[in-house]
Design a protein around this ligand. Structure first.
Ligand code: ATP
Ligand code: MG
Length: 469
């Protein structure tokens, strides 16, 4: 899906767009430069949500190094709304979690927690509840952990934030009481607990195949924290208490429990977040100020209506996470530039296709290959299947017709689109799997990461995007 604006466009007086950065639930984010030369992030509120400007002034006048500064909220001649904010060149916590799928380790997690707490306390002290705290809205830049998109959902009445319309990616950080509509800063403390868990373990505490399933776990299940070192297990359990009254009442209370423990405090003595800085510098260096030719295949041809509906769901589902990605079997690519990621990965909304959905898509593909074979008088041989799989996955944005029908996609383990070479490698590995033993086709390594043997070999994963309910 292309961005609405391209390099050189001036969708808003005084600002020239240089490139698209990414998309979320509210809109598209662009790197833009003002006529005066200031670098900004322009968030274009797609889908023209109703913007309730009364609440905005509470947020745009906040000043803290722990917050992504909002410069202005503006409307253009077409009545489109834009949020003009500080451009953060460093990686988001989501980027860091993608780069370290097994978790960040205690030291970095404690560092992020401590710094995040400063920004959150600042907001809570001013009576502002973030409401959308998640790794995609947390950045590391130049020594500071910065929180973005604070208070946004308060003045944008986007229905995606209602529990009824949430997709699976949007509910991982959502406290149980959000559904009741009666909540306060306890929901941020809950989200902070989820983020702490994810930073330590590389996955969120409650996962599921649908938004309803995740919500149900938020309401009923207990996080598995037994194997975490003290005090993290107890802290997470209390931050994730179902009853907001049983939760920490303030961020300070939570931080005291964490940093009263000598081991945690000591782990931060002399901690120099240089690795984060280096990562930030690398990402910043990589960022062009104008679009560069993409090394990846061109966007897919016009897609059938059912696929468009599914894509809309992806774009709309900004709140979320990248599922636990197995260690790539090839050299880790470091941080992918957000604009190099597939839209699903950029929006942090990925989940693995389940066993049966893969079976259905494979069945559809086999029928199609069989029909092609029959039509051209050929046998539906392995070679034809490899050709079909490799060409379509590699050239057609990760999808064969069967996958497209099932709304699943093959992308690389680092969230980038799958090139022709890797698509052929995957198809060939799949063929070998079938030849050697059927079980290897889909089941071996089909663990919680839902990676088939062939995906593991080729360093790909099969993503299942979730249309908006
Ligand atoms: P949500 O809409 O719930 O906030 P999101 O955070 O995934 O979801 P956006 O906030 O629209 O989506 O952000 C889209 C992309 O733009 C993300 O990759 C994010 O890292 C990037 N981004 C957002 N704000 C900034 C900023 N101020 N500076 C640099 N990049 C940003
Ligand atoms: Mg955001």
């Amino acid at each position: 899906m292309a961005f609405t604006f391209k390099h050189g466009d001036r969708p808003l007086e005084d600002y020239t767009v240089h490139r698209g950065v990414g998309r979320g639930g509210f809109g598209e984010v662009y790197y833009a430069i003002s006529d005066g030369g200031r670098e900004v992030a322009l968030k274009y509120l797609r889908e023209n949500p109703e913007v309730e400007l009364r609440g905005v002034s509470h947020c745009i006048n906040l000043k803290s190094p722990h917050l992504v500064t909002i410069f202005d909220v503006r409307k253009n001649a077409d009545d489109d709304f834009f949020i003009v904010m500080e451009y953060v060149s460093g990686p988001s916590l989501r980027d860091l979690l993608v780069a370290e799928p097994g978790g960040l380790g205690v030291q970095k997690a404690a560092f992020f927690l401590r710094e995040l707490a400063k920004g959150l306390s600042y907001l809570h002290d001013r009576g502002i509840v973030h409401r959308d705290l998640k790794p995609g809205n947390i950045f590391y830049d130049d020594g500071y952990v910065k929180i973005g998109d604070y208070g946004l959902s308060k003045f944008i009445s986007a229905s995606r934030h209602s529990v009824q319309t949430a997709s699976v990616g949007t509910v991982h950080y959502m406290a149980p009481e959000v559904g009741s509509g009666n909540y306060s800063r306890g929901i941020d403390i809950y989200a902070l607990g989820v983020i702490l868990y994810e930073m330590l373990l590389g996955k969120v505490p409650f996962e599921g195949g649908s938004a309803g399933e995740v919500l149900m776990k938020h309401l009923t299940a207990q996080p598995e924290v037994d194997h975490l070192p003290a005090p993290f297990g107890a802290v997470i359990r209390k931050a994730l208490a179902k009853d907001p009254n049983a939760r920490y009442q303030t961020i300070d209370e939570m931080m005291n429990d964490v940093f009263d423990v000598d081991d945690v405090r000591n782990s931060l003595v002399g901690f120099n977040p240089t690795s984060l800085s280096q990562a930030a510098a690398r990402v910043a260096r990589d960022l062009p100020d104008s679009p560069v030719p993409s090394p990846y295949p061109p966007p897919p041809p016009p897609v059938p209506a059912f696929a468009l509906a599914a894509d809309a769901g992806v774009a709309g589902a900004g709140v979320g996470r990248l599922g636990p990605v197995g260690p790539p079997p090839y050299p880790a690519a470091g941080f992918a530039r957000p604009d190099e990621l597939t839209p699903e990965a950029a929006a942090g909304n990925l989940r693995y296709a389940g066993f049966w959905i893969r079976v259905v898509s494979a069945f559809i593909d086999i029928v199609i290959v069989g029909l092609i074979g029959a039509l051209f008088g050929e046998q539906a041989t392995g070679g034809l299947i490899i050709l079909y799989q490799g060409l379509l996955v590699g050239l057609w944005n990760g999808q064969t017709l069967g996958k497209r029908a099932c709304d699943i996609k093959v992308i690389c383990s680092d969230g980038r689109p799958c090139g022709v070479g890797r698509a052929f490698g995957r198809a060939f590995a799949k063929f070998l799997n079938v030849l050697t033993m059927f079980i290897g086709y889909m089941i071996i390594w089909f663990d919680d990461r839902k990676q088939g043997l062939h995906d593991h070999v080729a360093g790909t994963m099969v993503v299942y995007t979730v249309p908006r309910a």
